[in-house]
Design a protein around this ligand. Structure first.
Ligand code: FAD
Length: 358
């Protein structure tokens, strides 16, 4: 082991496990070690086992565009549903045309209202829409995210240490020499490198970079003992003028996503009840009873996409330390914070790191 360079990857979300994957692909001689603060890997795109429901529940229903090359190539086509429907709560009308609903799609991609998206981010998304609209599809991932995506990428790492939170970097003249995980520390040799794959909240104080603001969201999963169908055989619905922004179905679960939730219900139970009513209206049925549900408030869903926050985002993988590089969805300036950008940022960090190896 003494001659083998080690790449220490801090953070086991999608960008971190993608680093391990790209490192094995581009430089298999590196020994990669992932350190994750939580007891499990996956970060914001994980799934958790629910004992009572006896199944895995995704942190949120994740969606991607067919132009997201990494995600599309990585996950088999049959694991995605592409039957999207757009439903207007005011008129109770629906349609399936993507090009009539680019504002709704932008809202989902950026987790905020269309008006709050920075012009540069908006123009990047609209460019994708314009350039290949004919072939563009919008997909919902309807399987277990940890098992199908995170664990597959993580299998390229040589070691994974969970419950290991990086607390401090010890450095000299812009060169990090020790990583501290509470009372445990790891000494860095000249041949070793570090990639930070953290959310901005965790990375900012450690790397002395601006702290960005985040948008929140709420995800609700309702358990359905029978298979539930959405109108026109859709697998997911983009909602206009409702409280819920997205409704999607997977076996035994119907989930709702509320982008950038603004606390306008006195309790979260009331929110869940109201959204169940909306789902029933979309389905054109009476909401006879409320099923068992799980509700998750995600306070750090994605970095705010407004001009101020976008301008503070980095647009390369370098840090103030010559042996530390960084990735994470927020590090891709002018891009929305998505699965695709998290994975691409991991690839960029690995490539940048390799460029600096003498
Ligand atoms: C509710 C919700 C809905 C979403 N919907 C979509 C969608 O439909 N489509 C889409 O493409 N994307 C969606 N996203 C965004 C997508 O999940 C993220 O862009 C992606 O998962 C980010 O990955 P990441 O690795 O950059 O960050 P993270 O997943 O945040 O990973 C960072 C990791 O670092 C760990 N960590 C933090 N501090 C430390 C420390 N000090 N030491 C060690 N480890 C540490 C964290 O525990 C975490 O595991 C959604 C996200 C949420 C929350």
């Amino acid at each position: 082991m003494s001659n083998i360079p080690v790449c220490h990857i801090i953070g086991g979300g999608l960008s971190g496990v993608a680093c391990a994957y790209f490192l094995k692909k581009h430089y298999p001689d590196f020994h990669s070690v992932i350190y994750e603060a939580k007891e499990y890997i996956g970060g914001r795109s994980c799934s958790q086992y629910d004992d009572e429901w006896n199944m895995h529940i995704n942190n949120a229903a994740h969606m991607v565009l067919s132009s997201d090359r990494f995600m599309k190539n990585f996950v088999h086509e049959e694991e995605w549903s592409d039957k999207v429907l757009f439903f207007d709560m005011d008129t109770l009308g629906s349609n399936i045309a993507l090009n009539d609903n680019t504002d709704v799609i932008c809202q989902k991609i950026c987790n905020t209202s269309y008006d709050d998206i920075a012009a540069k981010v908006k123009s990047r998304i609209l460019k994708i829409f314009k350039s290949n609209f004919k072939h563009l599809k919008f997909y919902a991932f309807n399987r277990d995210l940890t098992q199908r995506v995170i664990n597959v990428l993580a299998s390229y790492a040589d070691e994974i240490h969970c419950s290991c939170r990086l607390t401090k970097i010890m450095s000299r003249k812009g060169h990090a020499h020790t990583l501290c995980f509470g009372r445990r520390s790891v000494k860095l040799r000249p041949c070793d490198r570090v990639i930070f794959a953290l959310d901005n909240t965790a990375a900012a104080p450690l790397l002395k970079i601006p702290l960005l603001e985040y948008n929140n969201s709420v995800s609700i999963s309702y358990y359905t003992s029978q298979t539930i169908f959405l109108p026109h055989g859709a697998s997911f619905v983009g909602v206009k003028g409702g409280v819920a922004d997205w409704i999607s179905i997977s076996p035994n679960i119907i989930s709702a996503q509320i982008c950038n939730y603004e606390n306008n219900f006195t309790t979260l139970d009331k929110l869940a009840l109201y959204v169940w009513g909306e789902i029933s209206r979309i389905r054109g049925v009476n909401s006879a009873f409320m099923p068992s549900y799980r509700l998750e408030v995600n306070r750090h869903t994605s970095v705010k996409m407004d001009n101020v926050n976008n301008s503070l985002r980095p647009d390369n993988a370098k840090t103030i330390y010559d042996n530390i590089f960084m990735c994470g969805d927020w590090t891709m300036k002018n891009y929305p914070c998505t699965l695709e950008t998290a994975a691409l940022s991991g690839e960029r960090a690995v490539r940048t790191m390799l460029k600096f190896i003498k």
